[in-house]
Design a protein. Structure first.
Length: 435
């Protein structure tokens, strides 16, 4: 549970990391109330300030809190799978201080009252900050545009139909045209629905297991169509959880042409491949599906060269009743809040990028995409911080995850990078009840 905001808190003996400025140096940081008031290399090496609570970081990394730009929080409507409180606990245990929920709740977030409900509930819980997207179409039915202007005024960060693609080209054209006129962001789940009918990636593995496959072309075709519509309208467009080599190339070319296009991927798609399905392992049943090893490597390359802008957890909690089923019947999705940092750090441990560049994908980049005052160390900024040991190894055990649902595709995997402390608005929220 959140505690009262402290007065002055000095974080000493830290390795300061700020991807936004390129800072990576031993130093200290001072917060007062909800904000950062000072930080610098070498700060507090002699002695901490008088009258401040002192937290010795022991040489661990002190960085901006993570910003997770794609989560399914299940509240309202499916609180048996997840809630703001359980997701908040999972988030802060993973170093996430801000997260953004998809609108596919029950009821759908397609009116002002629903957007305001999210903000109100998040404040009451007092863990990670919770923001929301709003539905692009009423009821997520893909036909009639939602009241986008009113939803933006109510606080929606961007517009998406969540885990469903906006498949109708005319609807998408109208949405992008309206968004362009108001400089709003449209987020697409890029899967052509008439092709995305399988339960795993189409190919030799699916054939061998006797499972129906979704071809990579389901993602590729819809992205190619959408790039034409973006060029027509000049809108801001973001492709969620890209998973194929061709998708990366499509985004790369669109950026080179000057289109206002960005994209993210999830740890599943750069750390795992379709072999995880193995003996019909439903925790590895995801949407989009886990792809080939060649695709996985292309996603890593797209992250390394900056084509892919951000990494999001794609947190999709499913309970035992919907996951412990025959593979064809099990629901799609995996949880990812608590493993987001550790799995992303694999990119640095494997030498694909620096530690700062890996952190940038989780902090500054998503915050800037969504216009959030987060993701960077800055005097006067909210004191949203994470302290972590980048090298500490641990084993992912799904049953110990703080989410209500335990469907982690990384269950049993060894990872490196452990969160020691998470701070939101100056309050230590993990470990729980400490300062």
């Amino acid at each position: 549970m959140a505690i009262d905001t402290p007065g002055r808190v000095a974080y000493v003996n830290a390795r300061l990391l700020d991807p936004a400025s390129g800072l990576d140096a031993p130093g200290g940081l001072l917060t007062e109330g909800e904000h950062i008031v000072h930080f610098a290399p070498g700060l507090f090496l002699d002695r901490p300030p008088v009258g401040a609570t002192v937290i010795d970081c022991g040489g661990a990394c002190l960085a901006p809190g993570l910003v997770d730009m794609r989560t399914q929080l299940r509240e309202p409507g499916q609180e048996h799978k997840e809630s703001f409180k359980s997701a908040g606990r999972a988030a802060v245990a993973g170093g996430v201080t801000s997260m953004v929920g998809l609108p596919n709740t029950h009821p759908v977030i397609d009116d002002e009252a629903a957007v305001e409900f999210v903000a109100r509930r998040a404040r009451l819980i007092g863990l990670a900050k919770v923001f929301t997207y709003a539905a692009a179409t009423k009821g997520l039915d893909g036909r009639e545009l939602a009241e986008i202007g009113l939803l933006r005024q109510a606080g929606a960060l961007a517009f998406t139909d969540g885990v469903q693609a906006i498949a109708d080209a005319q609807v998408m054209r109208r949405l992008l045209a309206y968004a362009a006129s108001h400089d709003l962001l449209v987020i697409q789940h890029p899967e052509e629905p008439s092709l995305a009918t399988g339960v795993m990636n189409a190919g030799e593995m699916a054939t061998r297991l006797g499972l129906s496959g979704t071809p990579r072309e389901a993602e590729i075709i819809l992205l190619e169509r959408d790039m034409r519509l973006v060029a027509m309208t000049g809108a801001r467009y973001h492709a969620a959880h890209v998973s194929t080599a061709e998708s990366v190339e499509i985004i790369r070319k669109a950026k080179a042409q000057g289109l206002r296009v960005t994209c993210d991927t999830a740890p599943f798609y750069f750390a795992l491949n379709e072999l995880e399905v193995g003996d019909y392992r439903t925790f590895a049943k995801l949407s989009p599906p886990l792809r080939s090893e060649a695709d996985r490597q292309a996603i890593v390359a797209g992250l390394a060269d900056g084509t892919i802008d951000a990494v999001a957890s794609d947190h999709c909690p499913q309970d035992q009743d919907t996951k412990r089923q025959p593979f064809n019947l099990a629901e799609f999705g995996g949880i990812g809040l608590e493993t987001l940092l550790a799995v992303t750090l694999k990119l640095a441990h494997a030498g694909h990028m620096t530690l700062l560049d890996a952190l940038d994908l989780l902090t500054r980049a998503p915050a800037d995409l969504l216009g959030l005052d987060a993701g960077r160390l800055r005097t006067g900024a909210p004191a949203d911080l994470v302290i972590f040991d980048p090298d500490k190894p641990w084993k992912v055990v799904a049953d110990t995850m703080r989410s209500k649902s335990k469907n982690s595709p990384f269950d049993g995997h060894l990872v490196q990078g452990k969160v020691i402390r998470t701070v939101v608005d100056g309050r230590t929220v993990f470990p729980e009840g400490t300062l």
